[in-house]
Ligand binder design. Structure first.
Ligand code: SF4
Ligand code: SF4
Length: 442
């Protein structure tokens, strides 16, 4: 059962749709006693998972059942926010074979480590993954795609919410590889206004490099913002600026640590100490407050909510992590005997407070599924939309493809995911990075 589902998922090119992009066939081969479906969608303003659950709850439930059975779990839990409780409760099978866990509307409730703790009371070890404590977690959009893959339908589309400084926010069922400018135009974004676009959620998303950037499997949101918005400037500040401000201004108030979700979970991560450590030129890369960057999930709470002085501990952690990897310094943190902090429950930040703090209240609007469908003239399918090696093209320029045809395969024996045509047409470009398809014929 597990092997055949994993094979179907691998064939269908399913990867973590909640932002992680981890190939889902590998998870289907894991063993666990609890399976959790992650429907928390904790990034503010995004609605892609909620809209999917509203429109196709049965696909999510089928995906849960398939994955629960594949990993051999005796319990399956669907974790959702209260706004989706009624809808999903009515979609669950009779008899309680899938439990419902209703989460508080706090950020980052959907972080896998926090979700595992809130749902099971188990703490994932430092540097570990949920299977270390007998749990497998999948996002609900991923689970709908698992159900599709089991029926032989590969991943070719996904829901994408477009929010922010747009006239008509909405969620769009989008062929993969669609230029983001087409989605922004459908939502009424005025490009003349200038501004910038974050691909993903406001907390963890990345600035879009350009408007021709294509949509990908893990990204469920686009947020258009004025160029001087703090969510933009926090991302455009150079590394030098980030370090200079941190060295000059940090008052060691500890607010970043006191609200750090991983510290509150008991992990040995104290961003205020890391910010202090980088004040000293003599600090070694093996210092515990430097290597603790490995424990950071880059949720952004420290810099976008906690710090009163525009210091960017998350940016510092991300840079340190990259440097540690580049220098081949292994993660020395692996404690598993961990207890969550007693004060954790009082330090949860309601999403509404976060939205206000981020200056997003004006953009906190409904974004239901739009009946306007993106119909791109061409799509650019990135060959690395996932964790692992880029997929290898199996088509050539001039090849005719039909939506759902395989265009790139996982390299032999490597971790990766397949890529399929998201529209019917002709392949106009093949490079090691992408395959472009132009819409021609039907
Ligand atoms: S919250 Fe800001 S000022 Fe306070 S310790 Fe952290 S980085 Fe320093
Ligand atoms: S981004 Fe900041 S708050 Fe989030 S885990 Fe990392 S250090 Fe903690």
């Amino acid at each position: 059962m597990a092997a055949s589902l994993a094979k179907a998922i691998e064939k269908g090119g399913v990867v973590g749709a909640g932002g992680g992009g981890f190939p889902s066939h590998v998870k289907a081969e894991s063993e666990a006693d609890i399976f959790i479906a992650n429907g928390a969608e904790c990034e503010p303003l995004l609605a892609a998972d909620s809209e999917l659950m509203r429109l196709a709850p049965d696909r999510v439930v089928r995906g849960v059942e398939l994955m629960r059975d594949a990993v051999g779990a005796s319990r399956a839990v669907l974790a959702i926010k209260r706004k989706n409780e009624e809808l999903m409760r009515s979609a669950l099978p009779d008899g309680g074979s899938i439990e419902l866990s209703v989460l508080e509307n706090v950020y980052p409730a959907g972080d896998e480590y926090l979700l595992v703790f809130d749902t099971t009371g188990r703490v994932v070890p430092e540097g570990g993954i949920p299977t270390d404590v007998g749990v497998v977690v999948n996002n609900v959009t991923t689970l709908a795609q698992v159900a599709d893959a089991a029926d032989g339908r590969p991943v070719t589309t996904r829901m994408v919410t477009v929010q922010g400084a747009v006239e008509s926010p909405g969620t769009f069922l989008t062929p993969l590889g669609t230029p983001i400018r087409e989605l922004l135009a459908l939502a009424g974004w005025k490009q003349d206004d200038g501004g910038a676009v974050i691909a993903g959620g406001p907390m963890m998303g990345c600035l879009a490099s350009d408007l021709d950037q294509p949509t990908t499997k893990p990204v469920g949101g686009l947020l258009a913002l004025p160029g001087d918005h703090v969510l933009v400037t926090s991302r455009t500040a150079t590394e030098e600026q980030v370090l200079r401000v941190a060295r000059a201004a940090c008052c060691q108030c500890m607010a970043c640590t006191e609200l750090c979700p991983r510290w509150l979970l008991g992990h040995d991560l104290e961003p205020h100490r890391t910010v202090r450590a980088i004040q000293y030129d003599t600090i070694g890369l093996d210092d515990a407050h430097i290597t603790s960057a490995y424990l950071c999930c880059e949720c952004g709470m420290c810099e976008l909510f906690a710090c009163p002085l525009e210091i960017r501990p998350r940016r510092i952690m991300a840079s340190l992590k990259a440097e540690l990897v580049r220098r081949g310094v292994p993660n020395p943190h692996s404690r598993s005997d961990i207890e969550a902090s007693d004060v954790r429950e009082y330090r949860q930040i309601p999403t509404s407070r976060l939205v206000a703090r981020l200056g997003l209240s004006d953009y906190d609007r409904a974004a239901p599924l739009s009946d306007r469908r993106p119909e791109p003239h061409s799509v650019r399918l990135l060959l690395r939309q996932h964790v692992g090696e880029p997929a290898e093209p199996v088509v050539e320029e001039g090849s005719r493809v039909v939506e759902g045809d395989l265009v790139a395969e996982i390299p032999e024996g490597r971790l990766g995911a397949r890529v399929h045509a998201s529209i019917t047409g002709v392949v106009s470009s093949v490079t090691p990075d992408s395959v472009i398809i132009e819409r021609r014929g039907g």
